[in-house]
Write a protein that binds this ligand. Structure first.
Ligand code: NAP
Length: 247
């Protein structure tokens, strides 16, 4: 239980990968601040479920694309848990659309949540991490940020930017003993896959050497490793749990 008293903020913890991470970290003894935006019922159910099982969890609604809401969330975390050791920038949206049909509003929305949200949350936690000279920041990108997806240009661009963000910030923060790493998942079975047809899912499985979609827990396990002392010499890296989809 090396991390018993460590505090972690997970953005987008109401559903999918973020929810699996919240459960995994809470059951492993972390203090978990779970962020959500629209899915109030799902978030409250998860909160109650974890509280009833004796976990140290807190819930906070904030849209990561809005700086003032993010700042209020970080202040709340400090008020409740007194510190922030780990941040997981997981909140994100996806959209499948021909590039020529993407409106400026859709482009801005994608970048504001998937990239600017990472900037807001990271900058807001850093004043506390820098004072402690300790911190671990984990950004959730995607395999599409590495290889690009047709009809997901804005999504792929936002996720590629998160990789660049990770590498640059890792260099800047290394001397302050703050690690910045990235997880770039392959196809994971969550609501985000809902826009894919059954046929498309089958074909994605066939293109994956392990012949299956990943589960949210696969990403949570990776995040747990990157948050633990076992990862203390790893920074600026992109780890891609993808079943061999991208090698
Ligand atoms: P998901 O099931 O659709 O869940 C998305 C989560 O992000 C929800 O909890 C949602 O909260 C939150 N969110 C969205 N916009 C937000 C905002 N503006 N402010 C705060 N929270 C916001 O998606 P997922 O599959 O778990 O994806 C999680 C992350 O993994 C994303 O960054 C995604 O790009 C990445 N990823 C997923 C896959 C995959 O195959 N599933 C693959 C590669 C990468 P509310 O519902 O409360 O608004």
């Amino acid at each position: 239980m090396e991390n018993f008293s460590k505090t972690i903020i997970i953005t987008g913890a109401s559903r999918g990968i973020g929810k699996a991470m919240a459960k995994e970290f809470a059951f492993n003894g972390y203090n978990v601040l779970m962020n959500y935006n629209h899915s109030c019922n799902e978030a409250k159910m998860l909160f109650d479920y974890l509280k009833e099982r004796g976990c140290s969890v807190e819930l906070f609604r904030a849209d990561v694309s809005i700086k003032s809401e993010v700042e209020a969330m970080i202040e709340h975390c400090i008020k409740v848990f007194n510190k922030i050791d780990i941040l997981i920038n997981n909140a994100g949206i996806a959209q499948t659309k021909l590039f020529t049909d993407i409106t400026e509003e859709e482009w801005d929305n994608m970048i504001n949540i998937n990239l600017k949200g990472v900037y807001h949350c990271t900058q807001s936690v850093l004043k506390y991490m820098l004072a402690e000279k300790y911190g671990k920041i984990i950004n959730i990108s995607s395999v599409w940020g590495i290889v690009g997806a047709s009809c997901e240009v804005h999504y792929s661009a936002s996720k590629a930017a998160v990789i660049g963000f990770t590498k640059a910030l890792a260099k800047e923060l290394g001397p302050s003993n703050i690690q910045v790493n990235c997880i770039a998942p392959g196809m994971i079975d969550t609501d985000m896959m809902a826009s894919y047809s059954g046929h498309e899912i089958e074909s994605l499985k066939n293109d994956t050497p392990l012949q299956k979609l990943g589960k949210p827990i696969d990403i949570a396990n990776c995040a747990l490793f990157l948050s633990s002392d076992a990862s203390n010499f790893i920074t600026g890296q992109v780890i891609s749990p993808n079943g061999g989809f991208v090698i």
